[in-house]
Design a protein around this ligand. Sequence first.
Ligand code: BF8
Ligand code: SF4
Length: 626
Amino acid sequence: MNQKFEDLTITKDGQLLLAKAEKDQVETVWERHQAQQPQCGYCDLGLSCRICVMGPCRVDPFGEGPQKGVCGADADIIVARNLCRMVAAGASSHSDHGRDLVEVLAGVSEGTAPGYRIRSVEKLQRVAAEYGIETEGKDPLPLAGELAQAMMEDYGMRQKQIRLVDRAPQKRRELWQKIGITPRGIDRETSEMLHRTHMGVDNGWQSLLLQALRNALSDGWGGSMIATEVSDILFGIPAPKPTTVNVGVLKEDQVNIIVHGHNPVVSEMILKACESPELLAFAKEKGANGISLSGVCCTGNELLMRHGVPMAGNHLMTELVLSTGAVEMMLVDYQCIMPSLGTVAACYHTKMISTSDKARFPGMEHREFHPDTAEKMAMELVKEAVSNFTHRGRTYIPVEPVNAIGGFSVETIIGALGGTADPLLDAIKAGKIRGAVGIVGCNNPKIKQDYGHVTLTKRLIENDVLVVDTGCVSVANAKAGFKVPEAIEMAGPGLKEVCGALGIPPVLHLGSCVDNVRILVLVSALADALGVDISDLPVAGAAPEWYSEKAVTIGTYFVASGVTTVLGPMPPIAGSMNVVKLLTDGLKDVVGATFAVEPDPEKAALIIRRHIEGKRKALGLAALDV
Ligand code: BF8
Ligand code: SF4
């Protein structure tokens, strides 16, 4: 590897473990990324198409070679179709995750999911009421069954509109209605998106992109929102709790188990097994001082939010945590799990377990979790992890963990404000807080790991912009020390005063990627309190290091909901200036928000601050010249 590790990641644990991986001859994502250079220019511009077998086709961006595919599709159609299919894939991933949770909710109601229960009856009743279900005098279990059925209907096509769209401000709902993008069934929108991008169906690049907005909304206000709400019902509404982050959370003297993936259906059962007295005693027998569970990626965020379970790292750390040699077992479910992990683990004693019937990986043992047997399966697997402790070789845990606080659900944020959003609004009106930004998304080897997230966050909070984050950003920001109350010292004077009075950090951890819907709920509450639309608020979204199709969908539902969003890496659309112009400018006249692309986080911070001050001015609030 000829790049300096400091050029690849800003994190100390990442740099030190890259050196260790090199010594151990473990190949990493960065090396494979380098080996792929130069990546295909046609694909990068979105100008290649392999939708049908008259192709594959490509359009020459320099105007010298072919300008149309075999079927006659031009650059605009090809670029739009490719992007639309990314949105459909992202929406289906989140929504399928939500569906798995709804099935567990139904199982709890029927008594066929013994390890699970209703942890938040209050939220169950609240969400059931939103679905128009009579809650008065009903026991939680039958109520859970009715809610699960109603949510399943949301996935189908019987309705004109999915239920939770009603949470959006009235003006936004009217706008969606007017332009015809109110999401109907969750699966329906994804299925229609795939239909419309089949050869010979929708060949209007604008109408295709409008359907992409509707498809993304079916995720944001549908599949993902259901995933978050049902997770809260089954596992509890998150509340602030202390935790620790980075590779230093691994313990030399304990059995280390890592959960990776997204759905808390698996990780919650593993946590329960790790706490069982029987297995803790077994760990002692094997010479370990306990069982230490930690997470990577979003299922880790789910556990961190609700239980304060530590986080070993974000997306680009998932291979490197294994090269500590200190992990007895890693359990994965689905999404963002590199198929390289089994090969990395084979260099150490780590056991790799795949758990989902829909996700298999090379070099992993497949042990399927189902709601009826999950509890038992978790006990068996944790026992195997403990037994593996005696096979451990030399370990390398090169850093001390960093403290952080997670668990900021909308409920706790409003609670911390004294029951209404008013104090936050007052602080925004007074200019102590200029606005709020949701920084979301992944790591991507195209960008120095965590540099985009941490730099953007730093610049925003020092300029009195409140930051909320999710997914892999939230881990980056926690590692950087932004998530302890003392971090207000890094904030501007106004934000420092407000957060100091509330005893909260200037950067609030809102959860996993499906939890981006908490941001939608929060901005809706702010818009309602002000009597305006979401697009009028001094808020923005950002995804400085995104890589996944899910991130495209999230960005799209943010924008369709009225939140202007700045992307770091350029999506594969530059082959069509029409598509680029529509997404970065034209959408303003359609949904009141746009995308922007700026890989340099210093410049992205300026774009966002200008946007926020512009919105303040339009609301009649004091605005700064940025
Ligand atoms: O859903 S932020 S790398 S882990 S896609 Fe994946 Fe991106 Fe991380 Fe979670 Ni979200
Ligand atoms: Fe080529 Fe058209 Fe087929 Fe795409 S759909 S591969 S552009 S013929």
